[in-house]
Design a protein around this ligand. Structure first.
Ligand code: FRU
Length: 295
C-alpha cells in the first residue's frame, strides 16, 4: 500500500442518461438520472483507493451541502480530505452530463467559479510520508511552484501530471514531472492526429519523463524515457455503459502500475484493461482488481 496525494478538482456531476443524443432545441426524457461526486483527480484517487492505496485529496470545496456531499463521498471511498480548503461562499464545480446509453459517450458542460488550490495551501501540507504526488494539469502558475517546491524538499517522491486540456503555459510543467499523462483532447488541440507523434515530440523536448496518451476506443500509447514506444488496443467491454472518467481510471492504473514496479509496456496494458473495465459499468465502484497486486 502506498500513500498518494492527488491535487485537483472534485465536482458535483449531474448525470442524465439518454437513449440517444438529442438534437439542439429538442425536448427529450432521460432514462436515468444520478448525482455523483466527480472530478479528474478525485476520480483517480477513488480508483487508486480500490486498488489498495491510502489516498488523500487536496483541492477546494465550498462549506455547504454540495461540498459536504462531495467530501462524504470521498471519505466513504477511503479518500482522506483533511488537506482540502473549504471556502465560505460560491458553488462547488458542477458538471451537467449527458450520458448516451447507445454509445456510452459522455458530453460534459462544466460550471466553475471557485478559487483554485494555491501554492500556499500546498506548502502547508506534510508530504514527508507520501509515496506519490499526482497533479491535475490546471492552475499552471501555482502548479509550477508546487512542483519546484516539492522537488526541492522531497526529491525522491515520484510526480505524475495529467494534461487533459490545453491550458496556457502548461508545457512549462512538462520538465518537472516523472510521468506525463496526455489526453486525445490535448493532442488534438496541438494538431496531432496520432498519439505517438505527440509523445515523440514531447520526448524530444522533455526526455526525462515516461509519457502516456489515451486515444478513446483506439486504446493508448506509451513512450518511455529510453525512447521505446508501445501501442495498446482498447479493452472494449461487452457493453459500453459509462465512459465518464475512463481517462481518470486509466491514470489510476498507470500510477498503480508504477507503484507495483511494472515496466512501462505492462503499465500501459493494465491501465487500458482497467479503463475498459470501467467503461462496462456505471461509476467507479467494484472495478476488477486483478493484475495490480505485487510487482
Ligand atoms: C470525468 C470528470 C467528471 C467531471 C469532469 C470535470 O473525467 O472528472 O467527473 O465532471 O470530468 O472536467
Amino acid at each position: 500500500m502506498a500513500k498518494i496525494l492527488g491535487i485537483g478538482n472534485a465536482t458535483l456531476d449531474i448525470i442524465l442518461t439518454v437513449a440517444s443524443y438529442p438534437r439542439e432545441d429538442d425536448e427529450v426524457r432521460c432514462i436515468d438520472r444520478a448525482i455523483r461526486r466527480g472530478g479528474n483527480a478525485a476520480n483517480t484517487l477513488v480508483v487508486l483507493g480500490q486498488l489498495g492505496h491510502a489516498c488523500s485529496w487536496a483541492g477546494v470545496l465550498v462549506d455547504n451541502a454540495d461540498g459536504r456531499f462531495i467530501q462524504d463521498d470521498l471519505e466513504t471511498h477511503g479518500v482522506n480530505t483533511r488537506s482540502c480548503r473549504l471556502v465560505e461562499t460560491g458553488s462547488v464545480p458542477v458538471s451537467s452530463i449527458l450520458l448516451n446509453a447507445g454509445t456510452g459517450s459522455r458530453t460534459i458542460v462544466h460550471y466553475r467559479d471557485l478559487p483554485e488550490y494555491s501554492f500556499a495551501d500546498f506548502r502547508s501540507l506534510v508530504l514527508r510520508s507520501m509515496d506519490w504526488l499526482h497533479f491535475e494539469g490546471r492552475n499552471v502558475e501555482a502548479l509550477q511552484a508546487m512542483f519546484h517546491w516539492s522537488r526541492e524538499h522531497y526529491p525522491s517522491i515520484p510526480r505524475s501530471l495529467e494534461i487533459e486540456k490545453p491550458h496556457p503555459g502548461i508545457e512549462g510543467l512538462f520538465s518537472l514531472a516523472d510521468i506525463l499523462l496526455f489526453s486525445k483532447t490535448y493532442a488534438g488541440s496541438r494538431g496531432y492526429a496520432d498519439p505517438v507523434e505527440l509523445l515523440q515530440s514531447v520526448h524530444r523536448h522533455y526526455p526525462g519523463a515516461d509519457l502516456f496518451c489515451t486515444w478513446g476506443e483506439n486504446g493508448a500509447v506509451s513512450l518511455d524515457r529510453g525512447g521505446r514506444s508501445t501501442r495498446q488496443a482498447a479493452s472494449i467491454p461487452p457493453r459500453l455503459v459509462d465512459t465518464l472518467g475512463a481517462g481518470d481510471t486509466f491514470n489510476a492504473g498507470v500510477i498503480a502500475g508504477y507503484l507495483a514496479q511494472r515496466d512501462t509496456a505492462t503499465v500501459l496494458r493494465q491501465a487500458c484493461a482497467l479503463a475498459g473495465e470501467k467503461c462496462g459499468r456505471s461509476g467507479f465502484d467494484d472495478l476488477a482488481l486483478s493484475g495490480f497486486s505485487g510487482p
